[in-house]
Design a protein around this ligand. Structure first.
Ligand SMILES: [Zn+2]
Length: 72
């Protein structure tokens, strides 16, 4: 499951969130804008194998990293 780490631009709070597709994530504390941090496990390790033989990007063009028949 795609659990991402985020950090808030406003109050610097860090949190993890389960994200599906193009869900918009905002800070749970202040509602400000957040940036995804790619430091975590799931996405990186899963994408590693695909990157070498794939298009060079993680996932395929129609993929939102959750359930894609082409790359998962
Ligand atoms: Zn915040």
């Amino acid at each position: 499951m795609p659990i991402y780490e985020y950090r808030c631009d406003e109050c610097q709070v860090e949190f993890e969130k389960l994200v599906f597709g193009s869900d918009v994530v905002s800070c749970p504390k202040c509602g400000g804008e957040v940036h995804r941090m790619m430091s975590c496990c799931t996405f990186k390790s899963a994408a590693g194998d695909f990157k070498t033989s794939g298009t060079g990007k993680s996932g395929c063009s129609g993929c939102s990293a959750t359930s894609c028949a082409t790359c998962h």
